[in-house]
Design a binder for this molecule. Structure first.
Ligand SMILES: [Zn+2]
Length: 181
């Protein structure tokens, strides 16, 4: 499903592997090699021809984000992520579940395991995006990123934050279904 022109920005979770010397966030994945600019939206483009709107169903490009931090944690190697956080997504937005060319669609989500994903949406591929809030494991970069992007940035490691989220989720499930404990 494509939301042709999402007026209300959607919110997703994603990670970046590096920060350039001029403090630009650098994506993890291939096909997303453009760095994210300050004070203006990251804009999707086709890395093969650059001459049509992205996202498109028949090619893999666009600005990816997962629906939740938990889903992000299942796809991203913890050690690869220097910065992660929430992003705003708007413009044309491809809702990623089972669609072709969507790396978010590799695994089915069991609705009983994750209430937030009972509609099997795993994430989004958008035309425009901007960081909403950032979490960075490098303390020295935290205030610099906050100033450069003009958004909240806190210190935290990806591994620690995700474990907290996963532990919280598992604890909640145990409370609901004691036989799982
Ligand atoms: Zn193209």
């Amino acid at each position: 499903m494509i939301v042709p022109d999402s007026i209300t920005p959607m919110i997703g979770w994603r990670a970046w592997s590096r920060v350039s010397k001029d403090l630009l966030l650098q994506p993890l994945a291939m096909g997303q090699s453009d760095s994210w600019p300050h004070r203006e939206p990251a804009t999707a483009r086709c890395h093969q021809c650059g001459s049509h709107q992205v996202p498109a169903m028949n090619n893999p490009y666009g600005l990816y984000a997962f629906k939740s931090a938990y889903l992000l944690s299942k796809e991203v190697h913890w050690n690869d992520a220097l910065v992660f956080g929430q992003v705003w997504l708007w413009g044309a937005v491809l809702i990623c579940g089972e669609e072709r060319y969507c790396p978010l669609a590799r695994e089915q989500i069991n609705p009983k395991e994750d209430e937030a994903d009972e509609d099997s949406v795993k994430g989004y591929r958008a035309e425009f995006a901007y960081p909403k809030a950032l979490i960075c494991s490098d303390e020295g970069l935290v205030p610099k990123l906050a100033a450069a992007y003009g958004v909240e940035c806190i210190k935290g490691s990806f591994q620690y934050m995700i474990q907290k989220l996963v532990n919280k989720r598992l604890k909640t499930l145990k409370e609901v279904n004691p036989q799982h404990g």
